[in-house]
Design a protein around this ligand. Sequence first.
Ligand code: MV4
Length: 457
Amino acid sequence: MFKTILIANRGEIALRILRACETLGIRAVTVHSEADAEAPHAKLASESHLIGPAPVAQSYLNVAAILDAAKRSGADAIHPGYGLLSENADFAEACAREGITFIGPQPELIRMMGSKSAARDAMALAGVPILPGTSELPDVESALSEAARFGYPVMLKATSGGGGIGMQVVHSDAELSKAFTMCSARAKAYFGNGSMYLEKFLAEPRHVEIQVLADAHGHAVHLNERECSIQRRHQKVVEEAPSPALDAELRMRMGEVALQAVRSLGYTNAGTFEFLLDAERNFYFLEMNTRLQVEHPVTELTTGVDLVAWQIRIAAGEALALRQADLEPRGHAIEVRIYAEDPVTFFPAPGTITSVRWPAAPHVRIDTWVGDGSVVSPHYDPMLAKLIVHGSDRPQAIARMREALDATAFEGLKTNLPLLKQVAASPAFAQGALHTGFIATHCAPESRPKAGAGTAG
Ligand code: MV4
């Protein structure tokens, strides 16, 4: 097992990885920017190294400074968390060159999944269902002739896309010609790569993803699904497990398909297969995430598996000691993401938390880095906390979420708590009638509950 792990991240996930290291009896060291000198991940670790000024390009994305800190601290492994360097194949390769284990999958698979069209091609080869669509397209002419093959509406997508950038629904040849130039230029500007592909457009799908764990000895399990359909501008807001749309039969089929993909790729460590699910219960591969995900706690609460500890154990070469038959979902878990943002415009709203109140109940898990006096910097992701509840069934989990949200309050800065309360109280949510347009359809700003007295938002 590793002696020292360097945590190359900040915020709640750095603290989550610290806890996993404690569980396993591994020494953990952290890195921090100048702005994070007083942040909990810097203070709570036995050792923390300054890696640069506040902007992430000079600190948390500074590969040379992070590898230098790893060498100085004697780290034999690096956990990248999510975001930042977690899906950077060059960083994973640089770790290997320095003799440091990158806690994650093989760099070549990170790179392959980073190209959405290469991922699609690989999944087609593995026998995973995909929507009618194309590989990477050389030009607009090929886009037009391919679109004619499976018909409008189509979704034009950037192969290196993310966050909905360089993506557009198109309904005609004229629209496609215009959109191709626009989206390709945008993708080129954002990702340095303007290549595009097409898929048949699926209206109001659900987003259902399958968590997998695979060791380096050919053993893999899936840990069921998470439903993440409630999103806002490609940002997940509410996640749950199990999905109200799945029964045991569909869960088994989707899990089997994910494992088939894992075997075909030779994938190791934790990963997530994202699928779009339509009203007829057809599912189609969308993308693969080659990292630990923000919403991993709902899987942990419904399976009893410590995903971060297993990521570490797998990276150290341990055999996966989990049997598929022991991983049926138990009860129901719901997670909401609390962001520092304006409740009306949804823009990030950094500031200082003067005081925070949390629910105290045994079925509530709070993954956070904030407390009284925490400073939320404009340089970093404005997520403050994840509130996760567990219940014996979905109605109980929803009731517990509503109570937990009512017992939560922030003073000093604006948060999305009003939106979260609105979702949790919505009849459509109670019915499980979820789709990717849920917030736009059901969460009108005028019917949102007001923040409690004394809060700025
Ligand atoms: C789609 C789609 C409908 N049809 N592809 C959004 C982010 C990107 N990763 C893929 N996305 C979508 N791809 C086809 N062929 C609808 C979306 C989509 C979406 C997907 C999952 C969760 C939320 C979403 C919100 C809007 C659009």
